[in-house]
Design a protein around this ligand. Structure first.
Ligand SMILES: NC(=O)c1ccc[n+]([C@@H]2O[C@H](COP(=O)([O-])OP(=O)(O)OC[C@H]3O[C@@H](n4cnc5c(N)ncnc54)[C@H](OP(=O)(O)O)[C@@H]3O)[C@@H](O)[C@H]2O)c1
Length: 263
C-alpha cells in the first residue's frame, strides 16, 4: 500500500519546530462530491485539522474534523459567523478551499427566477470572496506557515454555455478575484498563494443536476449525458488527489489559473 503522503507529493524537509505544528484545512462544500473526497483524504493524515462547511450536517468519527453548518447563500448569516471560522493559533500550513458551488437554475434569460440569479452569485462568488477576505485578515501575519487559497473554478469560466449564464459568470468572477488576490499578496509581500482550479468533469450530484435539465434550456444536454454513459467523468477522489498535489507542490505552479486536466 503506497504511503499517501508520497502519492499526494507532500514534502518532508521542514524545520523540526514547524513540523510539530498541525496543518489546517478549511473546506466549503464538504458534505459530498469533491469536498467530501478532499476531507476524507486529508483525514488520513494525523496532523491535519479540517474544518468543513456545508448546509447539511456531517458527522465524522475523527477528532480532527469540525463541521460548521452554514448556508453560503445566506450572506448576512455568513458575515455574522465569519469571525468564528478561522482558528487563531499557529499552524505549519493553512489552506482555504472554496469548493462549495451550485450549477444554478439551468435556463435561458427570460425564464430564470430573479432569486436564483442572485443566489448563484452569492454561493459561487460572494461567499468565497468573504472567506478569502477573512483568510487574509486572519493569517497574513503567520509568515512561518505556508498559506494557500484554492478556489474551485470551472472550464465554464472561459466559455459561454447556454443555460449556464450565472454559473459561467460567477466562476469567471472567481477566477478574476483569485488573480487580483495573488497580485495583492505580491504587493503586500504576505506570502499567500492563490489559485483558481478547474477540477475537470467529475461524477458528482452537480453532474446529475446538469443531466436533469431540459434540452430547450441547455443545448449541450446530449453531450453531458453521453459523457456519463461513456464513463468519461472522473471520480471525486481523482479530482481531490490532483487538488492536493497542487496544494502540496505550489512551487511547481506559477500561474493562478489551473486545470487538473493539465497536470
Ligand atoms: N462536478 C463537476 O463536474 C464540476 C466541474 C467543474 C467545476 N466543479 C466545481 O467543483 C465544486 C464542487 O462541486 P461538486 O461537483 O463536488 O458538487 P456537489 O457534489 O453538488 O457538492 C456541492 C457541495 O457544495 C455545498 N453547497 C452547495 N450549496 C451550498 C450552500 N448554499 N451553502 C453551503 N454549502 C453549499 C454542498 O453541500 P450542502 O448541499 O450540504 O450544502 C456540497 O457539499 C463546485 O464549486 C463546482 O462548481 C464541479
Amino acid at each position: 500500500m503506497p504511503n499517501p503522503k508520497h502519492r499526494l507529493g507532500i514534502k518532508y524537509l521542514k524545520p523540526k519546530t514547524i513540523m510539530s505544528l498541525s496543518s489546517l484545512y478549511i473546506i466549503t462544500g464538504s458534505s459530498k462530491g469533491i469536498g467530501e473526497a478532499l476531507v476524507d483524504l486529508l483525514l488520513e493524515e494525523d496532523d491535519s485539522e479540517v474544518i468543513g462547511i456545508s448546509r447539511s450536517k456531517v458527522k465524522k468519527e475523527n477528532p480532527n474534523y469540525t463541521h460548521l453548518e452554514i448556508d453560503l447563500g445566506q450572506i448576512e448569516e455568513l458575515i455574522d459567523r465569519v469571525g468564528d471560522i478561522f482558528p487563531k493559533k499557529e499552524f505549519r500550513k493553512i489552506v482555504l478551499i472554496n469548493n462549495a458551488g451550485w450549477i444554478g437554475e439551468i435556463d435561458h434569460f427570460g425564464h430564470l427566477k430573479d432569486q436564483s440569479i442572485k443566489n448563484i452569485f452569492e454561493i459561487n462568488t460572494i461567499a468565497p470572496a468573504i472567506l478569502m477576505n477573512g483568510f487574509v485578515k486572519n493569517y497574513s501575519n503567520q509568515v512561518n506557515a505556508e498559506r494557500v487559497v484554492v478556489n474551485i473554478s470551472s472550464g465554464a469560466a472561459k466559455k459561454s454555455i447556454d443555460g449556464w449564464s450565472g454559473y459561467s459568470a460567477s466562476k469567471a468572477a472567481l477566477d478574476m478575484m483569485s488573480k487580483t488576490a495573488q497580485l495583492e499578496a505580491e504587493l503586500d509581500k504576505n506570502g499567500i498563494r492563490f489559485f483558481a482550479v478547474a477540477p475537470g468533469v467529475v461524477d458528482t450530484e452537480m453532474q446529475t443536476e446538469i443531466r436533469s435539465a431540459s434540452e430547450d434550456s441547455f443545448s449541450a444536454l446530449t453531450k453531458f449525458k453521453s459523457l456519463k454513459e461513456n464513463n468519461q467523468l472522473s471520480s471525486p477522489n481523482h479530482a481531490a488527489e490532483k487538488l492536493l498535489f497542487l496544494i502540496n507542490n505550489t512551487d511547481q505552479f506559477s500561474e493562478v489559473l489551473q486545470d487538473v486536466r493539465e497536470f
